[in-house]
Ligand binder design. Sequence first.
Ligand SMILES: [Mg+2]
Length: 269
Amino acid sequence: MLVDAYGVLVDKSGALPGAADFIRLLESTAKPYLVLTNSASRLPETLAAEIAEAGVPIPSGRVLTSGALLADHFRDQGLAGARCLVLGPADSVEYVRRAGGEPVPARPDADADVVVLADQKGFPCLPTMNLTLGLVLRRLDAGRPLHLILCNPDLIYPVAPGHYGFTAGGLAAMLEAVIKERYPDRPPPLVRLGKPHAPIFDAARRRIAGRLVMLGDQLATDILGANRNGIDSILIGTGLARGPTDGPIRPTWYLPSLVDEGFAANERQ
Ligand SMILES: [Mg+2]
């Protein structure tokens, strides 16, 4: 079982109904599970502690974040010791350190081999985006290699009803648009680690053998990612999605909430 965190186990108000019992059930039946989240702003132990404080007891070893995927990516790409400009708060920088990268300060004349777009918090947005843009274009104009990595591909996040904020994926879309305009024939790849992209599901598969099912509240990340990666999915109605739609992204099952008795009766989509 792959379980999204926000909108499934917790939200701004705390634990969602049935979440603590659901995790206790998974633990007591020894059902393998991972909490799969696009967060790269908090370390797994920080996230687990926050969710536990909200009333859902999660061991930190069960938390797989997009930030934690940096370690595999750095190893696969031979990036140990690479200088990294990191966009995100202190825990994002720590993820990069744990992956073997060497964070560099965000200064106007900064140079780095890797730009990690981890999270939208922890820095003054426009000045930091401007110096990141300068770094990226200086390197690309000079024909020097550059690794661009996006941990959390979410474009926006809900702040309050009718109010939204840009997420790291939204900032990456700005950079990507500029890069594509300047280098239309050979834009450098921007590697995306979190849902709906393959790296986070590949990492989950390495941790859990057998048939997987993804339980999540977002069509564009949880359900699309499961569909693309050959994983069954359950859309839950306690977060962003208000139910399955007739659109192209369809879950295998729909569950109104973790305490809903009608789960077994829900028709397969
Ligand atoms: Mg969610």
